[in-house]
Design a protein around this ligand. Structure first.
Ligand code: ZN
Length: 275
């Protein structure tokens, strides 16, 4: 009988909770989210023939014939960020305001809670002007993950544990290659310092997300050109100094000076071959 009462109480409590949730702090922005996804659906439902003109301005004939074989495009990269903000509430607020024009798919709080803010198949606005290899629109091919961290503090174990669980799920769901787990600093070396030298890239690499240097490093040959190696990895080397600093923030971490020491060269020679 006692259990029965408890069950009734639980159902009533659950009902009360769920009827409260539409009035939560994000009820309004969740509504906007739904209407925006509705507009995305309307875009992909359009069935228009191509409207093309030749160099003389004459119309080229076209017709719409829908294929029956397709599915959604998948994200192929994961870009990791720190929020550079003081609290998770501040970040959730920033990503639900129109004015800042920024967002991410996921935010990982300090207590390990993972906030999902955008369907993985949709394009978040987290990378900004960036480049990796020949890709100049990273937002279109990546999942953005923000870690609640002000940029001057270590990432705590609970948070990293949640991040690893999230990465495991994403890698499996979309077949994301090991090399394609990188940081904002890697794709925007002139603009962005995140996730910075505190980020546990070594641990991530051990779990299959990104690469890290081997324990034993060999000397690169005399012909080794570090600018070419950085470029082959994916770095935008149009500003070589910025690329060197970005590389060191990720793969050296103990030193971010803009010069390549012998140690840095050994590390680069070791890791670039993995990418
Ligand atoms: Zn960032």
């Amino acid at each position: 009988m006692k259990n029965y009462h408890y069950a009734i109480f639980s159902i009533v409590a659950l009902a009360a909770l769920s009827s409260c949730s539409p009035k939560g702090p994000y009820a309004l922005t969740n509504k906007v989210y739904t209407s925006k996804t509705d507009s995305v659906v309307r875009v992909i439902e359009q069935t228009q023939p191509p409207m093309l003109v030749d160099s003389a301005g004459a119309n080229i004939p076209g017709e719409w014939v829908g294929t029956v074989n397709f599915n959604l495009r998948k994200p192929n990269y994961v870009i990791i960020h720190f929020t550079a903000q003081d609290s998770i509430q501040q970040t959730l607020k920033t990503f639900t305001l129109v004015k800042p024009q920024v967002s991410a798919h996921y935010v990982v709080a300090k207590d390990g809670k993972v906030y999902h803010m955008l369907n993985d198949y949709l394009r978040a606005w987290h990378a900004g002007i960036s480049r990796w290899g020949s890709i100049s629109d990273m937002n279109s091919c990546s999942i953005g993950i923000e870690i609640d961290n002000n940029g001057h503090e270590p990432f705590n174990d609970t948070q990293v544990k949640s991040l690893l669980a999230l990465l495991t799920q994403l890698k499996k769901a979309y077949g994301i290659p090991t090399s394609n787990f990188i940081g904002h600093q890697d794709i925007a070396p002139l603009r962005k310092p995140d996730p910075g030298p505190f980020f546990p890239w070594k641990l991530l690499a051990e779990k299959g997300f990104g690469y890290w240097r081997d324990y034993l490093l060999e000397l690169p040959p005399d012909s080794f050109d570090y600018a070419t190696a950085l470029k082959l990895m994916g770095y935008d080397t149009r500003d070589l100094t910025a690329a060197v600093v970005a590389f060191k923030r990720h793969f050296v971490q103990t030193d971010e000076t803009p010069t390549m020491t012998q140690f840095d060269l050994n590390i680069l020679y070791n890791v670039y071959k993995k990418y």
